[in-house]
Design a protein around this ligand. Structure first.
Ligand code: GLU
Length: 609
């Protein structure tokens, strides 16, 4: 995981690096560090903990230089500490390295380098790179980098600076570690993602796997590891910088919860007609190809997995296809059965999730057609895919996913309707009805945000709970899972999402007056069943919090508290129902004084397996 930045140019180097790191802190915040070249020396500073600790040190001991690199860490090898913070140096302190990812053969290399007399200062896998560079450096940094890359295996984005090269940085990328170059006038920026440098430039080069980049004030030269020059087209970024800022909300997460109506609307743009017809011509998978699909295999991690689960119900029911769903981290080791008639659907907000990318490799090896659902253009997932359905959610800064989950669910509904139509599997009238429900969804999600007023006082009353249960059935089961995950992630309260019918097979044993139960009780074919489950929980003295449609007396009867959400078609209703669950998790976490945007032990984009 982690975020890396670099800068060469006339501005105050450390200020630019810190500015970039601030925007990358969501990627990891175990420690932060910078290094600069100044008068033929490498100078650096690094501190365990959040970026503020480093900033504090730099205020009293400022650094200046002509070029610099910076890092915010999410530890994989070696605990969070000052010593393990990046940048890492060679023995003479003349070469500095930052790294995102894992060097898999670090143990053997470390032993070899120690035998040659190198002295290690950290427990990280990264430090071997600094010492290998020292071994290979004979006055030409780029050659030394190439020779080093030939010795290391694993996934990484690496950044290197050297005391002898005051206006040059060298970066390299292998595997799922994103790297972006920002081109300015007489200055060049480097970062793990686009928002980190958007304040400075919108002209970007997206570095791909297996590439080395030599960065100077005049731009960047990209080549293969072997040294072959690559012409990369400049990508012009049109994102609004303000959309990556908090915009008046107390936390990014709350802002992002409130962005859901817009995100749903943006994700539907150009894909749905006034009459409710769904058009996914952008997919570039021919109707004939989709008619030949015999099975859909879906995989993802975390919230994206729950969005995929929602998609599974819809695709199965509407497109009448067998659907398998598996966690990406399990799929890849499960010897899955896929072939050229399998449509593999991989869902990942960042498109850089290491487990998902590994599952992609397995699916592709079996000749499945790969359909990516992601938020990031140019991401590894989008590049690997035969077709991509983008989410249009904009950057999400809060570590816990909210608006991107909603956008993923919208994409899932669009995909299911599209597949159903192409395959002639469901009556056109129903598909149009669902299409119109999607078309009207932004306004309904907006109305669901009105639950905020009901949610805040409830959150105050239950913030002391030690455990909570979330139950739902059918398409609302994934929403129960997502609601529980959100509470766990940001409030550290134990919560379980359960298929309501399973309650009697175990979790009902947990229930008493101290365990609140959140019930997804909106109208639909299984509502009666869920109302029985609600009554069962009530009979065990649990406090019942129901998500229900207006004036639905049957749902309201057994509930202690009701979060009212507007009605839509029951297959689309889950996308409305998740809104109060996000607000509930948010208010509980905020009430408890938790770090909502950067929960402990988590990072936004999980680029390690
Ligand atoms: N493996 C390196 C470390 O543990 C980098 C991890 C990261 O990507 O933050 O320091």
């Amino acid at each position: 995981m982690c975020g890396i930045v670099g800068y060469v140019g006339p501005r105050d180097v450390v200020s630019v690096l810190l500015d970039g790191l601030r925007r990358l802190e969501y990627r990891g915040y175990d420690s932060a560090g910078v290094a600069v070249v100044d008068g033929g020396r490498v100078l650096g500073s690094k501190r365990v903990g959040k970026l503020a600790n480093l900033e504090h040190v730099l205020e009293t001991n400022p650094l200046h230089g002509s070029a610099g690199i910076g890092h915010t860490r999410w530890a994989t090898h070696g605990r969070p500490s000052d010593q393990n913070a990046h940048p890492h140096l060679d023995c003479d302190g003349r070469i500095a390295v930052i790294h995102n990812g894992i060097i898999e053969n670090h143990a053997g290399l470390r032993a070899e380098l120690i035998a040659k007399g190198h002295r290690f200062a950290s427990e990280t896998d990264t430090e071997v790179v600094a010492h290998l560079l020292e071994e290979f450096y004979k006055g030409d940094l780029v050659t030394a980098v190439r020779e080093t890359l030939a010795r290391v295996s694993g996934a990484y984005a690496l950044g290197v600076l050297c005391a002898d090269a005051p206006e040059q940085l060298v970066f390299a990328r292998n595997g799922a570690s994103p790297l972006i170059i920002g081109l300015g006038e007489g200055e060049t920026f480097v970062a793990s993602d686009i928002p980190a440098i958007l304040n400075y430039t919108r002209r970007e080069l997206i570095v791909q796997e297996g590439e080395v980049v030599v960065v100077t004030r005049n731009g960047a030269k990209i080549s293969t590891f072997g040294g072959q020059h690559i012409d990369r087209e400049i990508t012009q970024i049109n994102w609004d910088v303000g959309s990556a800022e908090k915009g008046g909300f107390k936390h990014f997460m709350l802002k992002e919860i409130y962005e859901q109506p817009k995100v749903v609307k943006d994700t539907l743009v150009g894909r749905i007609t006034e009459q409710g017809g769904v058009n996914l011509a952008e997919l570039q998978l021919s109707d004939e190809h989709l008619r030949g699909v015999e099975k859909v295999t879906m995989f993802a991690c975390g919230s994206a997995f729950y969005a995929a689960a929602y998609g599974m119900y819809l695709i199965r029911q509407l497109a009448r296809l067998p659907v398998e769903l598996e966690l990406a981290s399990e799929f890849r080791y499960s010897d899955p059965v896929v072939d050229k008639r399998t449509l593999a659907v991989a869902v990942s907000q960042s498109g850089e999730t290491a487990d998902t990318l590994e599952a992609v490799r397995v699916a592709k090896a079996g000749h499945a057609t790969l359909l990516a659902v992601t938020n990031v253009v140019g991401s590894a997932l989008a590049r690997a895919a035969d077709a991509t359905l983008f989410m249009q959610a904009g950057p999400e800064i809060g570590v816990a996913a909210t608006k991107t989950f909603t956008a993923q669910c919208v994409d899932m509904a669009l995909l299911a309707i599209h597949l159903a139509r192409v395959r002639g599997a469901t009556d056109e009238a129903l598909l149009l009805e669902l299409g119109r429900a999607l078309r009207d969804l932004p306004a309904l999600v907006d109305q669901a945000l009105n639950a905020d007023e009901e949610v805040a006082p409830v959150a105050r009353r239950i913030a002391d709970a030690k455990t909570m249960l979330y139950i739902g059935r059918h398409v609302n089961f994934p929403i129960a899972l997502e609601g529980a995950l959100k509470l766990k992630e940001i409030s550290y309260i134990h919560a379980e999402g359960y298929a309501a019918g399973e309650m009697k097979h175990g979790p009902i044993a947990l229930l008493d007056d101290k365990v609140p139960v959140v019930v997804l009780a909106t109208r639909g074919p299984v509502q009666e069943k869920i109302l029985s489950n609600m009554a069962e929980a009530k009979a065990r003295d649990s406090r019942i919090i129901a998500v229900a449609n207006p004036h639905d007396d049957a749902a309201i009867e057994h509930a202690d508290v009701v979060f009212t959400v507007p009605s839509t078609h029951h297959l689309i209703q889950p996308i409305v129902n998740v809104v109060p669950l996000y607000l509930l998790a948010y208010h509980i976490a905020d009430r408890k004084g938790c770090d909502v945007d950067q929960p402990r032990n988590l990072a936004k984009t999980v680029t390690v397996e």
